[in-house]
Design a protein around this ligand. Structure first.
Ligand code: BES
Ligand code: ZN
Length: 458
């Protein structure tokens, strides 16, 4: 009965909830670019004010990077910690957006209305599903359903550098019975999901330098070493012809998935052709002996995320560049150690460097993979509570992306994390024209109300 009233309140409030989300989306909180530091602070302040309006004792805590939003509210029942991130990815290439990424719009599409703009699905729309469920609960019952701690981060998209020190320094304040993370997608639009495996991430930027200045490629081409050639040759050495990564020892800590898990995943009926077809591809790349689903959920990868050097402007310039640059990242699984792999990668590059070239490295984020145990009865309570909103029952699935905090909750605070999100594969997160389905926003909010009800009573 009381849950029905909360669900009805959520339905009635959808237009206002959408407006609130749009307000947050208008703040360009791009964490990786220092030019947007004030906007990150503004997004944190917006969330503090919004949480305070629900009677939550919230504030913004300074870190060496962007602020952390921490809030406490409610009493009794299970103590839940909710995590989301208010930072977003950069928007470039801006010319591929149909609209201003920070002027969000509701748009009709063949699969229903969507909210379009940077951060809609990753992660502002998702984190607001939880806040809106709490708002409806407070409106109907006058208080939150149980003891709740909020931790909203502003550096997730840039590797969460301030997160571990912050968690260590505030461990007693943050520790709860279980963490809820809303930053993942559903298996498909009809199947709500709890993600139980996330890959780790290691990011490296490198610059290879040859001559001490850019040269005329006619005067010098041939005898003068071209650093772009050196870089491309090293990059092509990183994979063998079967798509395996060639760094020594790279696969040592990569486990094979169990037959039981493989059977469970097979039962989901993943359609690889449709998955690739949706982005204009038809032929799976990567490890030749692994299915696309296994590659994404359970295998490590190495991708070049950016490469530049020489002349890339209008027209043509016959230059022999002095430098070549790349940003390269690894997704990690099992017990792969990101710091050890960073060292192996650097040695691999140096071993292939001609004597006339030098290399410099800049390490960005590094976090290991996370695998959740689902032994805590809260998982089954939540899985059952989630299911009624969608045609299919909720499933336990893997996730290809990385959310650094998921592993830290276990290692620093000894807490399990439950990853529940309502994104769709085609949300275009990190890409131009990112969107979040109105159905994800609406049903996601309703689903959180159900999960909160189940977890506060069960
Ligand atoms: N929400 C994503 C992670 C995600 C995406 C999980 C899809 C499961 C499925 C998150 O915000 C993200 O993009 N994280 C970055 C982290 C990295 C910079 C350390 C990522 O995965 O690239
Ligand atoms: Zn995210």
């Amino acid at each position: 009965m009381s849950l029905d009233a909360v669900l009805a309140r959520i339905d009635a409030e959808l237009p206002q909830a959408t407006e609130r989300l749009m307000d947050l989306l208008r703040i360009p909180s791009i964490s990786t670019d220092p030019a947007f530091a004030d906007d990150c602070r503004a997004a944190a302040d917006w969330l503090v004010a919004d949480l305070q309006s629900l009677g939550i004792d919230a504030d913004s805590r300074a870190t060496p990077g962007h602020p952390m939003v921490v809030g406490h509210g409610g009493d009794g029942g299970r103590h839940l910690l909710f995590y989301g991130h208010y930072d977003v990815q950069p928007v470039d290439p801006l010319e591929l957006w149909d609209n201003d990424p920070f002027d969000p719009k509701v748009e009709e599409t063949p699969t229903g209305p969507v909210i379009r703009g940077r951060g809609t699905a990753d992660d502002k729309g998702q984190l607001m599903t939880f806040v809106e469920a709490c708002r409806a609960w407070v409106a109907v019952h006058g208080s939150l359903p149980c003891k709740l701690t909020f931790l909203l981060e502003g550096e997730e998209e840039s590797g969460s550098p301030s997160l571990t020190p912050f968690m260590e320094q505030n461990a007693d304040e943050l520790r709860a019975d279980i963490a809820l993370i809303c930053d993942t997608a559903m298996f498909d639009p009809d199947t709500p999901s709890i993600v139980t495996m996330l890959r780790g991430n290691l990011t490296e930027e490198l610059t290879i330098t040859g001559a001490d200045k850019d040269l005329h490629s006619g005067y010098y081409g041939g005898p003068a070493r071209n650093p772009i050639h050196v870089l491309s040759s090293i990059i092509s050495d990183l994979h063998d012809k079967d798509g395996r990564i060639t760094l020594p020892g790279f696969y040592d800590a990569v486990p094979e998935i169990s037959d039981e898990l493989r059977a469970q995943w097979d039962g989901l009926g993943f359609d690889a052709a449709a998955f690739l077809g949706a982005v204009g591809l038809s032929e799976p790349a990567g490890e030749t002996d692994r299915t696309p689903l296994e590659q994404i959920w359970a295998r490590p990868t190495c991708e070049v995320n950016g490469i530049w050097g020489g002349y890339t402007g209008a027209g043509f310039k016959t230059v022999l560049p002095a430098q070549a640059h790349a940003k390269i990242s690894f997704r990690l699984v099992g017990d792969q150690d990101p710091h050890a792999i960073r060292e192996t990668f650097r040695t691999f590059v140096k071993d292939r460097l001609p004597s006339d070239c030098t290399v410099t490295f800049k390490g960005h984020g590094a976090n290991p993979a996370a695998r959740m145990s689902i032994d805590d009865p809260a998982f089954e309570l939540a899985r059952r509570a989630l299911s009624p909103e969608w045609p299919n029952e909720a499933a336990y699935i893997g996730g290809g992306g990385s959310i650094p905090i998921a592993g830290h909750f276990k290692s620093i605070l000894d807490m399990d994390s439950m990853l529940i999100g309502f994104g769709r594969d085609d949300d275009q997160i990190h890409s131009p024209n990112e969107k979040y389905h109105m159905e994800s926003f609406h049903k996601g909010t309703r689903a959180w109300a159900r999960v909160l009800d189940a977890l506060s009573r069960g």
